[in-house]
Design a protein around this ligand. Structure first.
Ligand code: GLN
Ligand code: ZN
Length: 768
């Protein structure tokens, strides 16, 4: 029995990599300094894992930006638009790499970045490979070999990690749509062979091929490609031990295929694919090693050793001790680095800290589980076992995780209405009368610029440099300014601006019971951007109103209607570390009840429009289509629980960005929000087609300009888009708004853009 890890966080325990990269981009440190920071992090990571007793330690899991982009550079899949950068002798390989990641706009060069998208169902984002028809590959970046040698020289038993050729192709996109990217496998394989040759020369024993697409629905062509490449690789490298790693779910109907591949080991996710264990053990080929991912690489809860040992015991009985590897369920890049750094007991109480485990602790858990599984009598190991049992027991029995009132309410969930009183057509009449809004009513999505000043007030208030009352006053003044500006611009529905919020989830997380935070629990989101997800550890409820004061304050400043602004239950769930001792669905319903209370109080306070943002509904979709229905059913119900407890006259808005809706339009309609605002401008209103075909009955605000760019759109552009929108959606249903919140923009461009937007709406009204 051996232990191994699939990947370790590369951001550094104090986000050193973020700081170094950003300093390099700003021209403040040299490439030499940056490279040195990378080397230090890698070596520290290896050292840590070695000291904790890991048998096989990953190499090539380090990345300056993203491991998929590393792979593209390794394989020479460099889009032509970067040729100028490639050919310029003064640029290093890293400069080219960052140009692909971030684009360049300097010295007369202006190339855009490659696209970024979500890594399966995680909050990590990768750089999407771009393939041309008959794309050629070449062994371009030697990082994988260099880092293996670096590890070897440091005395590390390294196992290079490489994205498998089929998953690599599936992660990419065809730039002209006239071919199937899987057909590129013939061009790609020789380069993998070349790389494997170099690794063989360097002395590798094990290689980990990540093929996470094996847990998804696969086209026959992709299956065929898998058989083809691994057979070829095995033919050429019979002596290298090859492990195929899958994660984030069950291999399911691809199991037979996975087992037919001529590799020495298969890694399965025993946490997110727990159901697959029995089948996998039953069918395991004689010579195949099974790597059991028993420690959750996606969450921060301590492993329950008893449970893991049960799983391993079962496997030992079925396939034998020497056929087993112990591992985390997936790479640990999805967890924060080191729990030992959480020393502030006010942020994370010792009781809750005792339930947690970050990457470093998870590596230790894996080593301990193995020791226990092979029957170690070492007193230190036995001591660890006992402490683990205590932590698990304490968490199970803690009063912190259970709240009686929440439980009672959950039991009566059936009797809580998740339907509006009247149908939309009925509500719409009443809302029109109450709100007196014109056709093409104008509004924004919620946030206004979070300027340097606003952010500095918050950080000074946190540090105690400015008092609470001073901070409050500054925010009031900023809100007042925002209201005046919106009135001057002539918007129909105003917002308070969200100046008091650090982040749309954190703000609510801080005020809800059952949710806590870490100080250094950073996780890479993309490139140098890290997030610190809230930790949902117990029953969630709202001890007191969260937004009523700010919304009422804003409403008191104007005769125009002010829209209340909340984050929805699915989004709060999706962007947090969620407790694993009850179904996600139940946690989501609890949050929904808390938001419902807030909606109720806003209504009581005289707020007639309330927006509940759900940008994360789509990203919660399970990897397999078969599981979609179940998820969508509870996700939509959660939204309805939060939004449906209001009178007909109260207008509920929701907002979603970066979404496609074609395969979930029925569910979007089932949400029954009176108004939905969506990101639309970059797709030229094409997103509306599906609403039109479906005859979506409620109101829609298609975003008429892209808020991700500082560029101010012209009135004509927006009129053009609105005319296009009018072709698919009846004017009575249309709202006019930007794509998303404006927090990342400056005031100057915001004011101009909104003035043109209101002018565009006026022009449209005249033409009705
Ligand atoms: N109300 C939020 C804002 O305007 C919505 C953000 C989002 O959709 N991501 O900032
Ligand atoms: Zn948005």
């Amino acid at each position: 029995m051996q232990t191994h890890n699939l990947g370790y966080p590369r951001i550094g325990s104090d986000r050193e990599l973020k700081k170094a990269c950003e300093s390099y981009w700003a021209g403040k440190i040299s490439i030499h300094d940056l490279v040195k920071v990378g080397k230090t992090i890698r070596n520290q990571n290896w050292e840590t894992q070695k000291n904790l007793g890991m048998d096989w330690i990953p190499s090539n899991d380090f990345s300056f930006y993203d491991h998929v982009l590393d792979t593209s550079l390794m394989l020479g899949a460099i889009p032509k638009r970067y040729n100028k950068i490639l050919e310029n002798q003064s640029n290093s390989e890293l400069d080219l790499y960052f140009a692909m990641a971030r684009g360049v706009q300097k010295d007369g060069i202006d190339v855009r970045a490659m696209e970024m998208t979500k890594w399966f169902n995680t909050n990590y984002h990768y750089i999407v490979p771009e393939f041309e028809e008959n794309q050629k590959f070449s062994f371009f970046s030697t990082k994988i070999v260099d880092e293996f040698l670096e590890a070897k020289n440091a005395g590390i038993n390294a196992k290079p990690v490489i994205i498998g050729p089929v998953s690599y192709l599936l992660l990419g996109k065809e730039v002209d749509k006239s071919f199937n990217k899987i057909d590129l496998i013939k061009n790609l394989l020789p380069v993998y062979i070349e790389i494997l040759n170099k690794l063989k020369e360097a002395g590798v024993e094990w290689i980990q091929f990540d093929e996470p697409f094996l847990v998804m629905d696969l086209e026959p062509k992709a299956k065929e490609a898998l058989r083809y490449v691994y057979n070829e690789i095995d033919k050429q490298f019979p002596s290298i031990k090859k492990m195929i790693a899958t994660y984030f779910g069950s291999i399911g109907d691809n199991l037979e295929l996975a087992y037919s591949l001529p590799v020495q080991a298969l890694h399965i996710d025993c946490v997110h694919g727990f159901k697959q264990l029995d089948g996998a053990l039953e069918l395991a080929p004689k010579e195949m090693i099974l790597s059991l991912g028993v420690v959750d690489g996606r969450n921060i809860w301590k492993n329950d050793f008893d449970k893991s040992l049960d799983v391993i015991q079962k496997a030992v009985t079925k396939i034998g001790e020497d056929k087993i590897f112990i591992a985390p369920s997936c790479s640990l890049i999805h967890t924060p680095v080191d729990l030992d750094l959480e020393t502030d007991e006010k942020t994370l109480t010792p009781e809750i800290k005792d339930w947690l485990s970050f990457a470093k602790q998870k590596v230790e858990e894996i080593a301990t589980i193995k020791a226990l599984a092979i029957g170690s009598n070492d007193s230190e190991i036995l001591d660890k076992k006992e402490r683990n049992s205590n932590s698990i027991k304490n968490r199970k029995e803690s009063v912190l995780t259970h709240n009686k009132e929440v439980r009672q309410r959950m039991e009566q969930l059936q009797s809580i209405s998740d339907k509006r009183i009247s149908a939309f057509s009925e509500r719409k009449k009443k809302q029109l009368e109450a709100l007196q809004l014109p056709l093409y009513a104008t509004t924004t999505i919620g946030s206004f610029p979070q300027t340097k000043e606003v952010r500095s007030w918050r950080s000074k208030n946190k540090k105690g440099i400015i008092s609470d009352s001073e901070y409050q006053k500054l925010l009031e003044e900023e809100t007042q300014r925002a209201i005046r500006i919106q009135e001057e611009i002539g918007l129909d529905v105003l917002v308070h601006g969200e100046f008091e919020r650090n982040d749309m989830v954190e703000y609510f997380g801080e005020q809800l019971e059952g949710i806590t935070f870490s100080k250094k629990g950073w996780v890479q989101s993309y490139g140098s951007r890290c997030v610190k997800p809230p930790i949902i550890f117990g029953d969630v409820y709202r001890p007191e109103p969260m937004t009523v004061e700010w919304t009422s304050y804003a409403q008191s400043l104007t005769d125009k209607p002010v829209k209340g602004m909340l984050t929805g239950p699915v989004t709060i769930l999706q962007w947090s570390f969620v407790r694993d001792d009850q179904p996600r669905r139940d946690t989501c319903y609890q949050i929904a009840l808390a938001i419902r209370d807030e909606v109720h109080d806003l209504e009581e306070a005289g707020i007639n429009l309330i927006q509940i943002d759900e940008p994360a509904i789509r990203e919660g979709l399970p990897l397999r289509k078969n599981d979609w229905q179940d998820y969508l059913q509870w996700a939509i119900k959660a939204f309805r629980i939060s939004s449906c407890g209001v009178k007909d006259e109260t207008q509920i808005h929701t907002h979603m960005c970066y979404s496609e809706f074609n395969d979930m339009i029925q569910e979007i309609a089932d949400m029954d929000a009176d108004v939905i605002t969506i990101e639309c401008s970059r797709s030229n209103m094409d997103l509306l087609e599906v609403f039109s075909k479906f005859k979506y009955p409620n109101d829609i605000g298609p975003g008429v300009y892209d808020i991700h760019s500082p560029r101010v759109p012209t009135q004509e552009e927006m009129v053009f888009l609105l005319k296009k929108a009018k072709e698919s959606i009846p004017v009575e249903q249309l709202w006019v708004n930007p794509d998303c919140g404006l927090k990342t923009r400056g005031w100057d461009e915001t004011k101009k853009a909104l003035e043109y937007m209101v002018a565009a709406a006026l022009q449209m009204r005249q033409e009705v």
